[in-house]
Design a protein around this ligand. Structure first.
Ligand SMILES: C[S@@+](CC[C@H](N)C(=O)[O-])C[C@H]1O[C@@H](n2cnc3c(N)ncnc32)[C@H](O)[C@@H]1O
Length: 238
């Protein structure tokens, strides 16, 4: 795929800071489905080591709050500074998605790449914790690692080559997510589709030199991507 903004980051940076399938390519494709004007205030939810936050701030001119539970905001700030970004363009913070410290209606948009399935599987999550922070008419864009069709009752061996049934329970198909979002009032599903860059993003990930990427390699090489996809979700607060 053509991902000029994602590819503006050195491959070595992508490899050092990815925590899953290439988040830069996923984010560029995801943002291509929507129009978030420069200057918009965006929550990058589950921002990890900050790749997508840096991409959105530097390449799209968005004001990005990079919120993550496991990563160190000071280390992320150093990365952002190395990308030529200031604390006015991207604001790193440690925060739990279920206790976000922001005023109601603060954000023009939310973007979440490879993270929403950690906390958003609870059908009450969206309405109780996230939607209220987005202004009316604001959009929420998620790239969720998913399944082509839920197969939890009969998991194929290729998936079990790298993951336990408990880990695979974090992945679901589009119908499952549609039913999850349908339980929240005040939100409109504008679009859901399978993302085109999934295989490329996974290929970049298993080429990374870390133990998590190495652990995922067996499943991918055994054919896991025939069963897995990435689901792009575009929601709007009414
Ligand atoms: C697979 S990593 C993806 C990180 C990043 N978006 C990327 O693609 O490189 C999942 C991220 O979700 C974050 N996360 C998980 N549970 C969370 C929670 N309750 N609140 C905030 N972040 C959470 C973790 O801190 C982790 O960085």
């Amino acid at each position: 795929m053509n991902s000029p903004k994602a590819n503006s980051f050195p491959k070595s940076t992508m490899r050092e800071r990815s925590m899953g399938p290439n988040p830069l390519k996923l984010c560029e494709e995801l943002l291509g489905c929507a129009h978030i004007p420069a200057g918009s205030v965006v929550l990058d939810l589950g921002s990890g080591a900050g790749l997508t936050s840096a991409l959105m701030a530097r390449e799209y001119g968005l004001v990005v709050y990079a919120a993550d539970l496991w990563s160190d905001p000071s280390e992320n700030m150093r990365f952002f500074e190395g990308c030529g970004l200031t604390g006015k363009q991207v604001i790193p913070l440690k925060a739990d998605a279920t206790a976000l410290p922001f005023a109601a209606g603060f954000f023009d948009a939310v973007v979440s790449v490879d993270s929403y399935n950690y906390f958003g599987r609870d059908p009450n999550y969206l309405g109780e914790h996230l939607l209220p922070l987005v202004r009316q008419g604001g959009e929420l864009l998620f790239a969720i690692p998913g399944m082509v069709r839920d197969c939890h009752d009969d998991l194929p061996a290729c998936l079990l080559a790298s993951w336990t049934p408990e880990q695979l329970d974090f992945m679901h198909d589009m119908d499952w997510w549609r039913a999850n979002f349908a339980q929240t009032e005040g939100v409109e599903v504008l679009d859901m589709h399978e993302m085109a860059c999934t295989r490329e993003a996974w290929s970049d990930w298993i080429g990374c030199d870390n133990e998590y990427a190495a652990g995922d390699r067996a499943a991918v090489e055994a054919g896991a991507l025939d069963y897995l996809n990435t689901i792009a979700v575009r929601l709007r607060r009414r």
